[in-house]
Ligand binder design. Structure first.
Ligand code: FES
Length: 101
């Protein structure tokens, strides 16, 4: 099922934003005009990832440096304790939507 989470002008290239959706925090990123969404919670100790450092299509957690692939949610280095969930992002006109089962 798709849910609207933001409008495209709410998030500039190189930025991340935390969005609450049905009680769940989602980190939304704009990487050079491509949008990615992952759970806004690091698998190490739960830090929010929306303010993490972007490098290509990966984000690095501010707290202890774990990195995650934004497209797959795959953990790329320690101290991550596992992968995070990545969501497919759809652009529908001015709206950004993500798909959640
Ligand atoms: S909480 Fe993210 S690396 Fe520790």
């Amino acid at each position: 099922m798709r849910f609207k989470i933001a409008q495209i002008d709410e998030i500039k290239p190189g930025q991340g934003k935390s969005i609450q959706l049905n009680g769940k925090a989602i980190a939304l990123f704009n990487v050079k005009g491509y949008y990615y969404a992952v759970d806004d919670s690091c698998s190490h100790m739960g830090a929010p990832l929306a303010n993490g450092m972007l490098a290509g299509k990966s984000v690095t957690c501010e707290w202890h440096g774990a990195s995650f692939d934004l497209a797959s949610g795959e953990a790329l280095n320690s101290p991550a304790r596992g992968n995070i969930t990545a969501y497919k992002v759809f652009v529908d006109g001015q709206n950004l939507e993500i798909e959640i089962d």
